[in-house]
Structures are given as C-alpha cells and as structure tokens.
Design a protein. Structure first.
Length: 170
C-alpha cells in the first residue's frame, strides 16, 4: 500500500526543501509554542472578560513604534547579542549599534529560533502579540513600556537625522 504517515511527511518535507537546509521540524515547534501561548492568553482573556477591550488609536501607534524598536533591539542590537549566541554566529557590524549575524545550521530547533532571532520582521509578530496580551491584562504597564520604546524609536531617528545633517555640512 502507501508509505507510513511519518515517512510520507518526511518525503513531502524533503521535496519541499529541494536540498536547502530548511528546519521544518523546528519551525513546527516554534509555531506550536506561539500558538499555545496565544491560545492560553485567549482562554484567560475569555474567562476574565478582557477580550472585549479595544486599543485606542494612540495605543496602536505606541504599539507599532514599540514593536519596531523592541524587535530591532532583540534581533540586531550589539548589546543583546548574548541572547542570540546559542542560535547565531557574528558576521559583521550592521547599522549604528547593530550587528549582522548568521544562523547556526545544526539542529532544527536551533536553526528555527536563530532565524526568528535574526529577523526583525519575523520577531515583530511575537512582539506585537506580547503587546496585545499586555494591553489585555496590564494596560497601564504595557502603555508605559510601549511609550518608552516609542521614545527610543523617535530618538534613534533623530540621531540618524542629526548624523546625516552633520555629513551634509561637512
């Protein structure tokens, strides 16, 4: 008859990969963790009745800028590189105060987490979800943290603008 289910899954995964190092098992574990956290938070919100809360436009703006900054801070900042050490290797300097890193290939979970921790676009989903949960359960604290990160985002852009203006004068 046909292949065993596990063998069929592996055959499909190999066909998908086309020889490239795609850590599909690691991705599945990371997605399961994310889905589990969201499910638990959603369940608790439903029991507590907090799922009816809506973000104000101001909170959405704070969350947007705060998500941008926290995602870059975790995935690119030189100071947070110790968090990424088990999953990445240093490659070269990046933007101001940032580094570029390569994902470690060995181990599907290590590789998948490495991709998550080096991609600000990917990590933004996790940060925005964290802010969403924060606004449901601790809106005052979350608003304060998002405000601080938004201020840092604004300061970063002002620093870059200042540096560009200095270069233009020279």
């Amino acid at each position: 008859m046909g292949e065993a289910p596990a063998q069929a899954v592996e055959t499909e995964a190999d066909e998908y990969r086309q020889g490239a190092p795609r850590p599909l098992g690691g991705y599945a574990m990371v997605m399961a963790l994310f889905s589990g956290v969201v499910a638990v938070a959603g369940g608790v919100a439903a029991v507590r009745g907090t799922q009816q809360r809506r973000l104000t436009p101001y909170e959405l703006l704070l969350m947007t800028a705060g998500t941008h900054k926290l995602a870059r801070l975790v995935t690119k900042d030189a100071i947070t590189s110790p968090l990424r050490v088990p999953f990445t290797r240093y490659k070269e300097p990046g933007g101001p105060g940032e580094v570029n890193e390569e994902v470690r290939e060995q181990g599907e979970l290590r590789h998948a987490v490495g991709e998550l921790l080096t991609c600000p676009f990917c990590f933004s989903v996790w940060v925005a979800t964290g802010f969403t949960v924060g606004f449901l359960f601790a809106p005052g604290f979350t608003r304060m943290m998002a405000s601080a990160l938004t201020a840092v985002t604004g300061a970063d852009y002002l620093q870059l603008l200042y540096a560009r203006l200095q270069q233009a004068v020279e």
